[in-house]
Design a protein around this ligand. Sequence first.
Ligand SMILES: Nc1ncnc2c1ncn2[C@@H]1O[C@H](COP(=O)(O)OP(=O)(O)OP(=O)(O)O)[C@@H](O)[C@H]1O
Ligand SMILES: [Mg+2]
Length: 252
Amino acid sequence: MSDSNPETVGSEVIFKRLMEIARVSALEELASGIAHELNQPLGAIATFSQAGERMLDRGEPLVGRAVEVFRQINHEALSAGAGIHRIRRMFDPGESARVRCQMSDLVSELHPVLQMLASRHRGRLQLHAATSLPTLLLDRLRIQHVLFALVQNACDAGSQNAGLPQVTIDVAGDRYAVQTSVTDSGAGVAPENQGQMFRPFFTTKRGGTGLGLASCRAIVEAHEGTIGFENLPAGGSRFWFRLPAAAMESER
Ligand SMILES: Nc1ncnc2c1ncn2[C@@H]1O[C@H](COP(=O)(O)OP(=O)(O)OP(=O)(O)O)[C@@H](O)[C@H]1O
Ligand SMILES: [Mg+2]
């Protein structure tokens, strides 16, 4: 039987396809949500603006009626803004999902998944996590998403370069913050991409969404953290994010 027979495809291929479908479906869902919230008010704004123009662009402008039309335009614009707010709330659980935890535990929990990701690229993943770091207050799943997205990029970068991808995760810190970094064996970030990389939809990959780094930045900043990267003199790059220590229980 050939590989194209659905019954013969391996679990690796299924894993890849499921990830792809989850990503595309989420984007389709988001796009149709935005369209649903915005199409109606935008259509109304266009219609009211044309009517307003006709009322004013005449020998005796109908100022009173035009003022009413401006009010309607304002109302529709506010309703579009409320629509955007509703969509944002749908994706933002706020601070309710945050729990006190150790970064090293969170990384260890995700480690088997990251290993699977690296082995799909025939890469090698190493983890160095310091102990006795401060406790953090995190939305575990979202921070795991950040790490997953950075390791995914690191594997992609390493695969495009000569040799098999080498990815290293380091967790270190001091009493104020914990820094997690992902170092790769890629060619480093090209100078022309450096200023745009964290923007939504910026991608240089075939089939990439360009949402990986943008979502990482949004999540890290929502945790009052910072995210950045550096190209390394020996080649490759290091992406890092730094999250502040949680206040002590007694300080809260
Ligand atoms: N480790 C890296 N080394 C070199 N360039 C990188 C690295 N990580 C990201 N980039 C650059 O930044 C771009 C944006 O990355 P981002 O994760 O946002 O999207 P993507 O990886 O292209 O798409 P997706 O995350 O959907 O697979 C990439 O297309 C790539 O050009
Ligand atoms: Mg990516």
